[in-house]
Design a protein around this ligand. Structure first.
Ligand code: 13P
Length: 249
């Protein structure tokens, strides 16, 4: 895949001091490269400090892990796309499996968040993926297609091509179980077909990242699978040297 995207989702890890130390070490080991993109999704409270830490490195992109679907208002504890942008984000995850399955976020809310991201000047990375029971019932493609349709329901057809998509099978997240490159390729092909149905030929350029127990040992094989346009990494992105090694895979 040309120009793969390496995205670190730090989840609820790395406060300001840890993130600053991480960035000093990471930037010392990761030289600017023009054939790939590197992206971080820190905690909302850490985003601004990470933004300052990468000021000299415009090649490093930042995103929020979550945004609210409204632009402003009485939503205690939430952040809008514009607030995230003001703190340095240019991207946001939407519908991460932990948002869906720990916090009960619905397909409909994910769709409203994708639209809110564009209104607030962020590029959404819509996350989709099936749970183990859904996979065992043979419903993987039906689930990801449903999530894609709902996720793109409130944007224009032309905006589909500006999104990123991450396929993260829920059973593979944080479990040490990874989809095989062949499994990932077959679901990514189904995602590509649906993106083309939703957004036309221009959606061919939408990177489809794979996520779920990616590590240094399996990163290359996953990236080499057809239609895998990058990696969305949790646990293995928390160590600066290890993450730099994955980003230079
Ligand atoms: P792990 O890499 O820890 O399995 O997490 C994957 C993930 O959820 C990234 O968004």
């Amino acid at each position: 895949m040309n120009n793969p995207v390496f995205a670190a989702n730090w989840k609820m890890n790395h406060g300001v001091a840890d993130a600053q130390a991480f960035m000093r070490q990471f930037l010392a080991h990761y030289a600017r490269a023009y054939d790939r993109s590197v992206m971080f999704f820190p905690s909302a409270l850490t985003l601004h400090a990470v933004h300052a830490a990468v000021r000299e490195r415009p090649d490093i992109k930042l995103g929020a892990q979550n945004i609210h679907w409204e632009d402003v208002g009485a939503f205690t504890g939430e952040n809008s796309a514009a607030i995230a942008r003001g703190a340095g984000a240019r991207y946001t995850l939407v519908g991460h499996s932990e948002r869906r399955h720990v916090f009960g976020e619905t397909d409909e809310q994910a769709g409203k968040k994708v639209a809110a991201a564009f209104r607030g000047g962020l590029t959404p990375m819509l996350c989709v993926g099936e749970k183990l029971d859904e996979r065992e019932r043979g419903d993987t493609v039906a689930v990801v297609v449903r999530q894609l349709r709902a996720g793109m329901a409130h944007i224009e057809k032309a905006q589909v091509a500006s999104c990123l998509v991450a396929y993260e099978p829920v059973w593979a997240i944080g479990t040490g179980k990874t989809a095989t490159p062949a499994d990932a390729a077959s679901v990514h092909a189904a995602i590509r077909a649906e993106l083309n149905a939703l957004g036309g030929d221009r959606a061919d350029s939408v990177p489809i990242l794979y996520g779920g127990s990616v590590n240094r040992g399996n990163a290359r094989a996953l990236l080499d699978a057809p239609e895998v346009g990058g990696l969305l990494v949790g646990g293995a992105s928390l160590d600066a040297d290890g993450w730099a090694a994955i980003c230079t895979t």
